[in-house]
Design a protein around this ligand. Structure first.
Ligand code: ATP
Ligand code: MG
Length: 299
């Protein structure tokens, strides 16, 4: 493993939910790699940026220790470890540099389906199973509730059935796992998505430039993730009806087609273009609507 510190090192999850999308995002920033035989390290070929493939739980610590410069990890993992550090009196050692818009989930409190939910006060004296003791304890303290936190590293959702706990606090995305275990979510404690994590302070000069290049490309990639180029024609008098339907668009490029009345418009649209929206545009006078994907963009 070449340890030249003029190269940038990014930690990502080796296996799991964030592994594939993290790589795809970095690849969309123009990175390519050669993988080591033990699959722990990817040597950057197109840029001096290497990947370390690890358990997601290790990523904040690798940044705190300066072993890696950046990492891609769930905000939930960052917040939990940050909370644990704070509780033990340690200074903050990593922060969120960018939200990445994938890996969406939330930390929810869930109770057995058959039980009524009135307020957090009813958890007083109860046992709550979780893998997120710091976030749960912070919430309990905020609510002024004293409950027992039962720490489990996995399979939290079966704890109530096993008689290990009365409630759970776990990550939820669709809610299917909760339902399959006859649990219902009652409070959201924390909203999460994948983030680019980095140290509290900026990186030193040599790697700083590389980070800036990467962030510029990353911001471009994030901005066009849902972006589409919309092409259509319209009569000039339809514009006051058409433009309010495109609140998420950049200033349109408008060209005259024949005489002054008929216009051709080219609009970069950042939000989701649903069928509904296209039909509304057509009704408002858009003709020959065409939606094109955007491959790349440099602001
Ligand atoms: P590792 O082996 O790296 O420790 P893991 O089992 O801790 O993996 P995964 O289950 O792959 O982690 O989840 C990684 C991240 O994906 C979570 O920390 C969270 O940010 C996000 N995530 C999105 N949806 C969910 C979900 N339904 N359940 C759990 N995590 C989710
Ligand atoms: Mg993990």
């Amino acid at each position: 493993v070449p340890a030249g510190r003029d190269r940038l090192r990014i930690a990502i999850q080796k296996n799991g939910r964030l592994a594939e999308p993290a790589r795809a995002l970095l690849a969309s920033c123009g990175m390519s790699w050669r993988e080591s035989r033990d699959r722990l390290f990817c040597y950057g070929e197109s840029l001096p940026v290497d990947l370390l493939l690890v358990r997601d739980d290790d990523i904040p610590g690798l940044i705190a220790d300066g072993v890696c410069d950046l990492g891609i990890v769930g905000r939930n993992v960052m917040a939990e470890q940050d909370g644990a550090r704070r509780a033990s009196g340690a200074a903050p050692a990593f922060r969120e540099w960018r939200a990445l818009g994938f890996g969406d989930c939330h930390l929810a409190l869930a109770i057995p389906e058959g039980e009524a939910w009135e307020s957090p006060a009813q958890l007083s004296g109860k046992r709550i199973a979780t893998s997120y003791p710091a976030l749960l304890s912070e919430w309990l303290a905020r609510e002024g509730v004293q409950a027992e936190v039962v720490l489990l590293s996995g399979s939290v959702e079966i704890a109530p059935r096993l008689g290990q706990a009365d409630a759970i606090c776990d990550l939820v995305s669709s809610g299917a796992t909760l339902a399959a275990n006859q649990l219902k979510p009652v409070v959201t404690l924390f909203e999460s998505e994948a983030v680019l994590a980095g140290p509290m302070q900026d990186l030193d000069a040599a790697r700083g430039e590389l980070v800036e290049l990467l962030l510029r490309r990353l911001d471009g990639a994030l901005r066009i993730r849902n972006s589409k180029l919309l092409l259509f024609q319209a009569r000039r008098e339809s514009l006051p009806e058409l433009l309010p339907l495109l609140p998420d668009a950049e200033a349109p490029t408008v060209m005259q087609v024949d005489g002054a009345d008929r216009l051709a418009l080219q609009v970069l649209c950042h939000g989701h273009l649903t069928w509904q929206r296209l039909e509304d545009l057509k009704r408002a006078g858009a003709m020959g609507l065409m939606v094109l994907p955007v491959e790349g963009m440099l602001a």
